[in-house]
Design a protein around this ligand. Structure first.
Ligand code: ATP
Ligand code: MG
Ligand code: FE
Length: 378
């Protein structure tokens, strides 16, 4: 099956064509980072207007890159939850119009579940890629890096800008939540840390890079808190870590609330000191995730459940330290590890089209009055 996926939940306008749930024939992402950088965050009104301007050219390019025509499609998939309602509605309206006019099934997709599908995706390249710059022919393209199969039951982890959740996966589509963040998502904490350290926008990739030049064991670098919450909890908390970093950078506040002033800010720190603090932050954030995964494995074992695979998704699964740590941990626990290719970690439409294949196979298509919803089902 060939499925076109659309994704407009936040600040990337994306479209992709995926064959049989995993072979990515095209993956077009138009990011809006340039529009939001001066606000250090996504402005919903600007985002939805930009989606409106960009979506149809992005869809056209996804179709062209895949070397197909609209008539070749078997279904139209769209992320309809969770996200900014004004942004979601642009993608959903376009998907409905395409599905209706082409008389193909519409499939509404939960964006968070789709992040868990990203590790299954493989890019394709045309057989004659070296000789020609033509779009891949879907009938002759081959999978570049065949992926090992996820073995169920599996542990799933979504680490993104809005979510930090651990899941038990009994199949690609049977997903139950084991724990989630009680305050900031890990990506949100990274983005705020990026602001505190003046590291660049978006903060996640900038902090990752900065921390690689730093040493958390350097002199006077404080140990930042690794929140485990109460014994047995599989929930996460990152707001304490963020506040600890704020105080480490600025010193203690004088006065309260809005009127508080600080001893200094990031511009008073040497580049090396900033990198060292970023390294301390990265260590605490990644260790918190690692410990929760270990705790989940232990708890499931107590119930007689032995996960066979560890599946990651979401923007923060691109993080260099996290990728390294979970690979080692999976090896030590005898789990197969499934990390998305770097291009499929942050928001994209290939994961939407890929996950839709699972639902199409189950006959789970959506009506043309599919709503948009701000919150996830998982
Ligand atoms: P959600 O999927 O929960 O609705 P989202 O779609 O905004 O949220 P994603 O696009 O999956 O989130 O991920 C974006 C987040 O990933 C941002 O917070 C970004 O800073 C973070 N991120 C991206 N790359 C890295 C990295 N290398 N290290 C840490 N964080 C990263
Ligand atoms: Mg984004
Ligand atoms: Fe996302």
């Amino acid at each position: 099956t060939l499925i076109l996926g659309l994704e407009t939940s936040c600040d990337e306008t994306a479209a992709a064509v995926v064959r049989d749930g995993r072979e990515v024939l095209s993956n077009v992402v138009a990011t809006q980072h340039d529009l939001h950088v001066r606000y250090a965050g996504v402005v919903p009104e600007i985002a939805s207007r930009a989606h409106l301007e960009r979506l149809m050219p992005v869809v056209q390019q996804a179709i062209d890159d895949a070397g197909i025509t609209l008539a070749d499609l078997d279904a139209i998939a769209v992320g309809n939850r969770p996200g900014l309602v004004g942004s979601l509605i642009v993608g959903v309206a376009a998907a409905k119009a395409l599905a209706w006019s082409l008389d193909k099934p519409l499939i509404g997709i939960d964006h968070v579940r789709a992040h868990l599908h990203a590790a299954t995706l493989t890019p394709t390249k045309p057989r004659a890629a070296e000789q020609s710059d033509k779009a891949p022919d879907p009938s002759t393209s081959e999978i570049r890096n065949p992926k090992s199969e996820i073995v169920f039951p599996a542990l799933g982890l979504v680490v993104s800008g809005g979510h930090t959740s651990l899941y038990r996966m009994d199949s690609a589509a049977d997903i139950t939540v084991l724990g989630r963040t009680i305050d900031d998502a890990i990506g949100e904490a990274y983005d705020k840390a990026g602001v505190i350290l003046n590291a660049g926008y978006p903060g996640g990739p900038a902090m990752d890079k900065l921390s690689q030049q730093g040493d958390r064991n350097a002199e006077d670098v404080p140990e930042l808190p690794i929140s485990m919450l109460k014994p047995g909890s599989l929930d996460f908390s990152f707001s304490g870590l963020k506040t600890a970093l704020l105080y480490a950078v600025r010193g203690l506040p004088v006065g309260r609330g809005k009127d508080a002033t600080f001893e200094r800010d990031a511009s008073d720190l040497s580049p090396q000191r900033k990198a060292d603090l970023a390294a301390a932050f990265q260590h605490a954030a990644v260790t918190a995730v690692e410990r929760k995964i270990k705790r989940a494995i232990k708890q499931l074992a107590a119930e007689g459940v032995r996960p066979q695979s560890l599946v990651l998704g979401g923007g923060v699964s691109a993080n260099s330290a996290l990728r390294e740590r979970v690979q080692t941990m999976a090896k030590n626990h005898g789990l197969s590890i499934h990390l998305p290719e770097l291009g499929y970690c942050v928001d994209n439409a290939a994961m939407i089209a890929g996950y839709a294949h699972e639902l199409l196979e189950r006959g789970e298509t959506s009506p043309l009055d599919l709503p948009v919803v701000a919150t996830s089902r998982v």
